[in-house]
Design a protein around this ligand. Structure first.
Ligand code: ZN
Length: 331
């Protein structure tokens, strides 16, 4: 009698602990489908994917082609995924401002977030303004910046757009590989990270070769928003002006700021204004129309890689496409 009573809870316990064959199968299937790492932006996602493919695993990316990193946000299901993966690779420095709350929440729930941009010798907005002022004077233009172009940066002290310098992103590949090795215990990631780093160093050399055809006096950029400081710093360009002030894409320029920019474009004899695939080109086109008819609006790939069929689907191809588009517009 006594032994029977004891046996019942034991059986119940056993039944509760051992899953049915079907449930166990779907659980292991899910484990094999869970990516080892998840990237926030498409640029980091492209690099991460090269590293995990090399190591024989998979990764995924939250953003897609055409998504603006500044205002992109995710569903609660995607936030839950961030805690299931080994590593979340983020840009940081508040590039992903629409995603920050989700990243903070995932981190509180145990996700490992690896922010890359702070480790890539980020430029401060103050140092950028100094460098640009010196370069502006060097190019024989008036040294004083137009009003409205020395605005404060609502998004922090550091410029987050490190992806516009391929050499910095090459370094990022090495760092991501090493971090993946650390969180998984698999040294293959270090080797693969180094491989991707070397590949991107070769891409950086190719970008320089393409841009070499642009004469010094033509190395002046006017862009949709302030995303090209690293590009200008790395590849020797001057930023004459931006359409959307403040370092992000969510500000609206005043009509006085737009009028100033039109003046800069006309006085500097700028031959093209660069828009990008993740912003509405309406304001850029308005400035171009106001400034003169022979001014081209050229769409680059900045906020994200290009869609299928664009020839800019990967980070390396995106930067090579940008170099060609800029060289064609300015040489
Ligand atoms: Zn931006």
């Amino acid at each position: 009698m006594r032994s029977t009573i004891l046996a019942v809870p034991l059986l119940l316990t056993l039944a509760a602990c051992s899953p049915t064959p079907a449930a166990s199968e779907s659980a292991s299937e899910q484990t094999s489908q869970t990516p080892v790492a998840i990237a926030t932006t498409t640029q980091l996602g492209s690099i991460l994917s090269d590293i995990t493919q090399c190591a024989g695993t998979t990764s995924s990316t939250l953003m897609g082609p055409g998504d603006d990193p500044h205002d992109f946000s995710v569903s609660s299901r995607e936030v839950a995924d961030l805690t299931k993966t080994k590593l979340v690779v983020a840009n940081g420095l508040n590039l992903e401002s629409g995603l920050q709350a989700a990243l903070d929440g995932a981190k509180a729930d145990g996700a490992t977030i690896f922010e890359v941009a702070p480790l890539l010798d980020p430029l401060t907005y103050a140092s950028i303004e100094e460098e640009q002022a010196a370069q502006h004077a060097g190019h024989g233009h008036a040294a004083e910046p137009a009003d409205g172009h020395t605005d404060e940066h609502a998004h922090g002290e550091y410029d987050p757009h490190v992806h516009m310098d391929v050499a910095r992103m090459a370094k990022a590949a090495g760092l991501i590989g090493a971090e993946l090795a650390k969180v998984t215990g698999d040294d293959a990631y270090t080797t693969c990270g180094t491989q991707v780093e070397q590949k991107l160093q070769a891409t950086d050399a190719q970008v320089r070769e393409i841009l070499a055809s642009i004469p010094a006096e033509k190395r002046v950029l006017v862009t949709d928003h302030e995303a090209y400081n690293y590009f200008a710093h790395a590849y020797d360009f001057e930023i004459a002006g931006v359409v959307i002030p403040g370092g992000s894409t969510d500000a609206e320029p005043s009509s006085a700021e737009l009028a100033d920019l039109v003046k800069v474009v006309q006085e500097d004899k700028v031959s093209a204004i660069f828009s990008n695939n993740t912003v509405n080109p309406r304001l850029v086109e308005a400035v171009a129309a106001e400034a003169g008819t022979d001014l081209a609006v050229v769409q680059l790939y900045e906020g994200s890689v290009g869609p299928q069929g664009s020839g800019a689907e990967t980070y390396a191809d995106m930067m090579l496409a940008n170099a060609r588009l800029i060289a064609d517009a300015l040489k």
